[in-house]
Design a protein around this ligand. Structure first.
Ligand code: ATP
Ligand code: MG
Ligand code: FE
Length: 350
């Protein structure tokens, strides 16, 4: 199926076009520069930027894909989770396009989209899919027997998300926003064994699939403060590398354990933090050692984009999932257990 996908849950206006598992276009307009001086995404600024970028980005995506909107089999949109006002811009635009074109509308889950996008990279997802979802707002281990209808959380963070930890540590180091890519860059010049930062929730009695990154963030802050108080220079690259090592160590260890416990022979990693070079390298090494096949999309498909929404929408069409109603709401806290928002009297075929 040929599907257009619209993503506006945070600060990227993403519009993608896919045909089944084939990526045809991935157009993005980001308002990240407008937020940088505030040190984080400002919701009102993001909503306004989506509004301005929407129509040109849809047109750019259709042109890039070389398809006519008349040939679409559906319009998919992120219904949640995310910033309420930002989501509303995407949902309203998707309704307008779908209604005007006479195409079905599919409100889909942003988190399930972060997983489903891998079909554009590595073909059909295995069933069940074991996924480590690591992004700005979420860090979870998910087992998905069917990405369109059945996603089960095995564990998740009890405090900060992995991406949030990257952003906060970058702020402590005065490296700007967003923190993930900068820390990734500094870490390449640093020694990951320089400082032994704590590995949260890795004790024998801790929940095996839950994560905690707030203690790590505090440990980094204390370590830096002690250096500054002693009048010593802060070795930014070593701090970045050691912090990043602590995060990726815990993420990969727990993910591989989940694969083994569940008897699953592959691991999918998705979400913005999956763009991290050290996480990708460590996961590759450890998965190879454990006989697990690793699936990570190219970095551009890990961070927020419209192609991931189109990918999940295409899967909804392929599996005859019920379309959404015209009064589809934006749901800022849509749970990961709801991959899409079917219409009230939609009949689903398994
Ligand atoms: P969510 O998907 O939970 O709603 P989000 O959509 O805001 O959150 P994503 O775009 O999926 O988040 O990911 C953004 C996060 O990924 C940010 O916290 C950012 O710092 C982090 N990130 C991006 N690139 C990298 C990288 N190379 N290394 C580490 N973290 C990264
Ligand atoms: Mg972003
Ligand atoms: Fe995201």
């Amino acid at each position: 199926p040929l599907v257009l996908g619209i993503e506006t849950s945070c600060d990227e206006t993403g519009v993608g076009v896919v045909r089944g598992h084939t990526l045809l276009a991935d157009a993005i307009a980001s308002s990240v520069d407008a937020h940088a001086r505030f040190g984080g995404v400002v919701p009102e600024v993001a909503s306004r930027a989506h509004l301005e970028a929407m129509v040109p980005t849809v047109e750019r995506a259709l042109k890039e894909a070389g398809v006519s909107a008349r040939d679409l089999d559906g319009v998919a949109v992120t219904a949640g989770p995310g910033l309420a006002g930002a989501l509303l811009v995407g949902v309203s635009a998707a309704k307008a396009y779908a209604y005007a074109l006479g195409k079905p509308l599919y409100g889909v889950n942003h988190l399930a989209s972060h997983i489903c996008v891998d079909q554009l990279e590595h073909g059909a997802l295995p069933e069940p899919t074991m996924a480590l979802l690591v992004s700005g707002g979420h860090s979870s281990l998910l087992l998905a027997p069917d990405i369109t209808s059945d996603v089960r959380p095995l564990g998740s963070t009890i405090d900060d998300a992995a991406g949030e930890a990257f952003d906060k540590v970058a702020r402590i180091l005065h490296l700007g926003f967003p923190g993930g890519p900068v820390i990734d860059r500094y870490a390449r010049e640093g020694d990951p064994r320089a400082i032994a930062f704590p590995r949260g929730l890795t004790g024998p009695r801790d929940a095996p699939y839950d994560f905690s990154f707030s203690g790590l963030k505090t440990a980094v802050a204390r370590w830096i403060e002690a250096k500054r108080n002693a009048g010593e220079d802060v070795p930014v690259a070593d701090v970045a590398a050691s912090f990043q090592e602590a995060v990726t160590d815990v993420l990969t260890r727990k993910a591989i354990r989940a694969c083994k416990d569940e008897g699953v022979d592959h691991l999918m990693i998705g979400g913005g933090v999956a763009a991290n070079t050290r996480l990708r390298a460590m996961a590759e090494e450890r998965c190879a050692d454990a006989g697990i096949t690793l699936r990570v999309p190219r970095p551009k498909l890990c961070t927020d984009n419209g192609a991931m929404v189109a990918a999940l929408g295409a899967e909804m069409v392929a599996r005859n999932r019920a379309a959404s109603d015209w009064d589809l709401p934006a749901d800022s806290s849509l749970p990961v257990t709801e991959p899409h928002v079917p219409g009230r009297d939609g009949q689903e075929d398994g």
